[in-house]
Design a protein around this ligand. Structure first.
Ligand code: UDP
Ligand code: MG
Length: 167
């Protein structure tokens, strides 16, 4: 069944100049990229993204990690991959959460590390199941930013809506 997965190239992946390598590895899946952008991550977005881990002792550190506070790279690359078994295909290529336990040929096994304080810097995020993927994709992308209709949407007319156009 076709499904979508949110992929984030995290700040360590960007700092290590791994964008090309990671996208090349993910292209092995033959999935379609239906959305992509660079994002500056406010704390509220990082906290919401990792809310399933908010009771963990490392929560604050992974929020800072996703914001780029640990890497002097205050951005992530967000992508949506779509196609047959997208989540499993992307998670298999990403490898286990702990880079020391990840298959050495996987993305995390190749490029991840554990910091001295114990945080897993593992270069990529991949959604873990379809409902998490939906929650995450809706968090990171608006409907207009995706080239396919993934989820039901609504149209609203906003009056005093301010946005920037090229001058
Ligand atoms: N993480 C960590 N230590 C842990 C578990 C998780 O540093 O013991 C970090 C790691 O960067 C991971 C992220 O928190 O990618 C989110 O954890 P999750 O359990 O959702 O793993 P994932 O879905 O990313 O494999
Ligand atoms: Mg997860």
């Amino acid at each position: 069944m076709s499904e979508a997965a949110l992929i984030l190239i995290k700040p360590d992946g960007l700092k290590k100049s791994l964008t090309g390598n990671i996208l090349t590895r993910l292209s092995e899946t033959k999935l379609e990229i239906v959305g992509s952008k660079m994002v500056r991550v406010p704390r509220s977005l990082a906290e919401e993204h990792y809310k399933h881990l908010k009771d963990k002792p490392f929560f604050n550190e992974i929020v800072q990690y996703l914001q780029g506070e640990l890497h002097d790279r205050k951005k992530v690359m967000a992508l949506v991959y779509w196609g047959e078994d997208a989540i499993k295909k992307c998670r298999d290529l990403a490898g286990a959460t702990n880079p020391e336990e990840a298959d050495p040929t996987s993305i995390r096994g190749s490029y991840g590390r554990i910091t001295t304080s114990g945080v897993y810097e593992n270069a990529v995020h991949v959604s873990s199941n379809p409902s998490e993927a939906e929650r995450e994709i809706k968090l990171w992308f608006s409907p207009d930013e995706l080239i396919v209709d993934l989820y039901p949407k609504k149209e609203v007319v906003e009056k005093e809506f301010k946005r920037k156009l090229w001058a």
